[in-house]
Design a protein around this ligand. Structure first.
Ligand SMILES: Cc1cc2nc3c(=O)[nH]c(=O)nc-3n(C[C@H](O)[C@H](O)[C@H](O)COP(=O)(O)O)c2cc1C
Length: 145
């Protein structure tokens, strides 16, 4: 069974809800998924390189990705993720810079095999958010088979 790691950075849990829905979509497609807050990565001794897919989410604040995800990307640079499947997502209010920046870091720095684009949602629960987030999980799962 393919293994995926979903890591989110959030302040008010919107990005966490999206993470859980993406994980649900992947599980429905038969993927073994682990979901963690970015703060748990080192504490739990997790190594992203042990997974077939890595999906990263961060909320946008003040026109930037949330600080904890920015710091985490520097840490993750040390893991060898080249060629692994990836996706990026995040909750936002109006400009939503974070998902695209996470996505392009994974593509250009980590050299991962990325989904078609980042997933940006104003809310996990409104305006088709549930279907879009689950669909994103399914898209990523499809890249693993
Ligand atoms: C102080 C503050 C600044 C924000 N700045 C932005 C911003 O620059 N661009 C944007 O799209 N959303 C911005 N937002 C909206 C958040 O991204 C939005 O509330 C999002 O759902 C938060 O996700 P989270 O619950 O995962 O932290 C801001 C929110 C707050 C409270």
């Amino acid at each position: 069974m393919a293994k995926a790691l979903v890591i989110y950075a959030t302040r008010t849990n919107q990005t966490r809800s999206i993470a859980d829905l993406i994980a649900e979509g992947m599980r429905l497609s038969g993927v073994d998924v682990t979901v963690i807050n970015v703060n748990e990565y080192e504490k739990k001794g997790i190594n992203a390189a042990d997974f077939d897919a890595v999906v990263l989410g961060g909320a946008t604040y003040h026109g930037e990705m949330i600080g904890s995800m920015k710091t985490f990307l520097f840490l993750l640079e040390k893991a060898d993720l080249e060629g692994k499947v990836g996706g990026a997502f995040g909750a936002y209010g109006w400009s939503g810079e974070a998902p695209g920046r996470i996505f392009s870091t994974m593509q250009n720095v980590f050299r991962m095999k990325m989904a078609k684009g980042p997933l940006m949602l104003k809310s996990a629960s409104l305006g088709g958010g549930v279907q879009m987030a689950q669909g994103y999980g399914k898209e990523i799962a499809g890249m693993l088979s």
